[in-house]
Design a protein. Structure first.
Length: 169
């Protein structure tokens, strides 16, 4: 079995309108939300074996806060193709993950994360697909499980959880 964690970056800071999109950091709320979602992963036993992240500042900061909350030294790799990736690119990155990785965390941007979550989760035992269709808020997390041995076969999994920081507090 493989478990995919799709995490949208935390809320970014728009205080500097001249800041290039890729360089926007997290705001205070985004920093707290990223830490909260890392703690959520730790408490639920969802520590990933590998984190793949967009290289944007806001996704990088989200990944760092998640790692601190996880209290783990999970390998983190920045993948340039995840910056503002469409769902097909997100799925391509997932399908290229090493097969020794059982739980994979991908940190990226919307709408790619939302659409990838919908495309990859045919089953809905959590009853949360409609929530994802409505909105994939900042720092929201979709957990999808696949009955597969190789990430290359990740096509149709079960959505087993979908949570956001707002729902957890």
């Amino acid at each position: 079995m493989k478990r995919l964690l799709l995490l949208r970056h935390g809320k970014s800071d728009w205080n500097n309108p001249d800041q290039p999109d890729k360089g926007r950091p997290l705001n205070d709320r985004g920093q707290r939300a990223a830490a909260l979602m890392g703690a959520y992963l730790r408490q639920r036993g969802l520590t990933p074996d590998l984190i793949l992240s967009s290289p944007a500042v806001r996704t990088s900061e989200t990944a760092q806060r998640v790692l601190i909350a996880l209290q783990s030294d999970v390998p983190l790799t920045f993948r340039p193709e995840l910056y503002l990736a469409d769902p097909e690119t997100v799925m391509e990155v997932v399908r290229g993950a090493p097969d020794d990785v059982a739980t994979l965390l991908v940190i990226g941007h919307n709408p790619g994360m939302q659409l990838a979550a919908l495309k990859l989760s045919a089953g809905d035992p959590a009853g949360r697909r409609d929530d994802i269709e409505d909105k994939f808020p900042t720092a929201a997390l979709a957990v999808i499980e696949f009955d597969i041995k190789s990430w290359a076969a990740a096509k149709s999994g079960d959505l087993v959880a979908f949570d956001s920081p707002k729902a957890l507090v």
